[in-house]
Ligand binder design. Structure first.
Ligand SMILES: Cc1cc2nc3c(=O)[nH]c(=O)nc-3n(C[C@H](O)[C@H](O)[C@H](O)COP(=O)(O)OP(=O)(O)OC[C@H]3O[C@@H](n4cnc5c(N)ncnc54)[C@H](O)[C@@H]3O)c2cc1C
Length: 387
């Protein structure tokens, strides 16, 4: 099925976008910079309201080039705090330490939330400077004229539960791979510039989230010596799916609203901004959105789902094998970033396994593929009326 988008975005016919997260603001910036009029509806009273100063990693391993250069190429300036991290300490299920270093940054640590310096407030500033109108505290639940749906996750395929805190610890990134701390996921501790985020990122057994969080805290206290001042709870959900199509009638879905998320580890920010940009580009040029996102993100999304499936099947044994493979690779030529790059890169055998994996890993995201004809609702709960 081929979507016929609005080819020429008119000044008197603004493009509507639901959601002022990274995907919605990236889409808005693309349209505004090319002279289109855009209205972004944000149901909360500020950008980034899902987060409260959380430290998150903007991954820098899925391309050879640097993520900040790629963002610059789609018109997003790094006017937010982005600290390069070149070292990560990984703990295996038995608590053994593996230190991985890289010449180029493996990730940039960014802050999320409404405060100055966050990714969210940086994107908002760029959008406003480009002439984007953002209507806060307005939910956009129907878009009969079409537009871009960028409302974030709508289902929990993974959840994060953690603490934010102030600290006098030195900067560092620590990851623990163990089902005892985070079933099928991982626990992490990020420290940057006097701020800390400790999180247990779970892919199963969500009901015992508190138990896993406390275990993760105890683990890092024993191994790293966590010093938390003014701890606050944080967390949230993520959903990932490989949609057959990311549009429904006149609506284009971007970011986690489409299910574009890294199923392996949950690094969704980069996919969100890229897909927002591609959705906007499709509206402006008439190029098929499905073709655009599949070309840039399809292979990565598939590989992440296959890797996730392998983790799920193998449990702690999978983590041990993974770390053994990294250690072996690092003894020869690759550095940490190079290894993650090749592990997450599309491979023929992973592509061939994908149809089986897709059946075995159903997403909690309501599917766009079975939308009711003519439905213009952004949330798509109406899919249930099909039954
Ligand atoms: C605890 C946690 C830790 C994470 N850590 C990382 C990390 O380290 N690295 C990484 O890359 N990613 C991480 N992620 C994932 C990342 O935050 C998301 O992938 C990214 O924010 C998705 O962007 P988005 O624009 O698609 O959605 P969102 O950021 O969720 O933005 C959607 C916006 O739309 C608004 N909205 C929703 N519905 C409507 C509506 N109907 N009308 C108007 N507005 C609406 C929402 O209020 C929200 O502001 C993490 C996520 C969580 C929960």
């Amino acid at each position: 099925m081929c979507f016929s988008p609005l080819k020429n975005v008119q000044q008197d016919n603004p493009v509507e976008i639901a959601g002022a997260g990274p995907s919605g603001l990236a889409a808005a910036l693309t349209i505004a910079r090319r002279g289109g009029r855009v209205i972004v509806y944000e149901r909360r009273s500020e950008v980034g309201s899902r987060f409260h100063g959380d430290l998150q990693g903007l991954e820098n391993w899925t391309t050879e080039g640097d993520v900040l250069d790629e963002l610059a190429s789609i018109g997003i300036k790094a006017n937010f705090s982005a600290t390069p991290f070149r070292e990560v300490v990984l703990f295996d299920p038995d608590g053994r330490e593996h230190i991985y270093r890289s010449a180029k940054p493996m990730a940039y640590i960014v802050h999320r939330g409404s405060a100055a310096g966050t990714l969210d407030s940086g994107l908002r500033q760029q959008a406003v400077d480009a002439g984007v109108e953002i209507r806060f505290a307005e939910s956009c639940d129907h878009m009969p004229r079409g537009g871009i749906v960028a409302g974030g996750p709508h289902g929990a395929d993974a959840i994060g539960v953690g603490y934010l805190f102030d600290t006098d610890m030195v900067d560092g990134a620590y990851v623990a791979l163990s089902n005892k701390l985070a079933p099928q996921g991982y626990a992490y501790l990020l420290i940057q510039g006097g701020h800390g985020t400790l999180m247990s990122w779970l892919y199963a057994d969500f009901h015992n989230e508190q138990h896993y969080l406390e275990r993760s805290l105890e683990f890092f206290q024993n191994r790293v010596g966590v010093n938390m001042k003014d701890p606050r709870r944080t967390g949230g959900a993520a959903n990932f799916v490989f949609p057959r199509s990311a549009h429904k009638g006149k609506l284009l879905y971007a970011g986690e609203a489409a299910g574009f998320q890294d199923a392996l580890w949950g690094f969704g920010m980069r996919y969100a901004m890229l897909s927002g940009h591609l959705a906007a580009h499709s509206l402006l040029t008439g190029e098929d959105y499905d073709r655009l996102w599949r070309k840039r993100l399809g292979g990565l999304l598939r590989t992440a789902l296959v890797n996730r499936y392998i983790y799920r099947r193998l449990g702690d044994r999978g983590y041990e094998l993974l770390l053994a493979r990294i250690d072996q690779a690092l003894r020869f030529k690759q550095d940490g970033r190079g290894w993650i790059h090749s592990y997450t890169a599309p491979r023929l055998w992973k592509r061939l396994c994908f149809p089986l994996v897709q059946r075995a890993l159903p997403s909690h995201r309501p599917s766009l593929n079975v939308a009711v004809e003519g439905c213009d609702c952004t949330w798509c709960r109406c899919l249930h009326t099909l039954k």
